[in-house]
Design a protein around this ligand. Structure first.
Ligand SMILES: [Fe+2]
Ligand SMILES: [Fe+2]
Length: 240
């Protein structure tokens, strides 16, 4: 176990609200479970999960102010909804406050809301774990997403991204180009993996992939769903 984990966990327990802390633990354990499944470093997966929402301790104006004062780039959509900045600010805090210098961990934290093109193993593990962690219970299609996560990480990522884009498409708001680019890239990755699997043993066919791509779920938790529609309309990414 990474020697920093116990201290970081104690610190986060003091700084995050109880539900956020429970979510954090759930994501961290799920990251480890996925790391076991896909042969990734368990300690790095645990740290990424633990720290992914560390910046959620701040309110929106504070997040914006902290990003500006630290020279962290802020896009137009992030300026409109600064809660989206918790991923970037969280990566900054992981490095500067918690002493994490592993680039894979920092990358996974920084892209856990939008995804990005060419995601590495830990990027995908954290992105998926954030969606399927055991405490989440209101996101649509969770049982199937959870099963898929342990069958094919690329297809799980794609299924989550597709459902987010479908949801955002129903809202009257612009969709951030990063989210679209990440999804398009993952489509190509999943298609390649499908071809390889079909060539190898024929277990995964085109109809199965098509089915995964029609998931009508939206990546959000119960708290988000219960808030006003106006706030939901402001969302351009998954935001937890
Ligand atoms: Fe988050
Ligand atoms: Fe989260």
């Amino acid at each position: 176990m990474d020697s920093r984990v116990i201290e970081i966990r104690k610190h986060l327990k003091k700084k995050l609200d109880p539900m956020r802390f429970e979510h954090t633990l759930g994501v961290s354990y799920t990251c480890q479970a996925l790391a076991m499944r896909y042969g990734y470093d368990l300690d790095k997966a645990e740290l990424a999960g633990l720290l992914h929402d560390c910046a959620k301790r701040y309110d929106r104006p504070t997040m914006l102010e902290k990003c500006i004062s630290r020279g962290i780039p802020v896009s137009e959509s992030e300026e409109r909804d600064p809660s989206l900045l918790h991923a970037k600010l969280g990566a900054w805090m992981a490095r500067e406050k918690y002493g994490v210098d592993d680039e894979e961990i920092l990358s996974a934290i920084a892209c856990h809301t939008t995804g990005k093109t060419d995601m590495g193993m830990l990027d995908k593990i954290l992105y998926v774990a954030d969606y399927i962690e055991p405490r989440r219970y209101k996101a649509a299609d969770l049982p199937r997403m959870r099963k898929l996560a342990f069958e094919d990480l690329d297809r799980a990522c794609l299924a989550i991204m597709e459902s987010i884009l479908r949801y955002l498409g129903t809202l009257d708001c612009p969709i951030d180009p990063l989210t679209i680019a990440a999804c398009n890239h993952m489509r190509a990755v999943a298609a390649r993996s499908q071809e390889q699997a079909a060539a190898g043993n024929g277990e995964i066919g085109p109809e199965k992939i098509k089915e995964e791509n029609t998931v009508e779920s939206v990546k959000r938790n119960g708290k988000t769903r219960s808030r006003s529609a106006g706030r939901e309309k402001g969302r351009r990414y998954k935001n937890y």
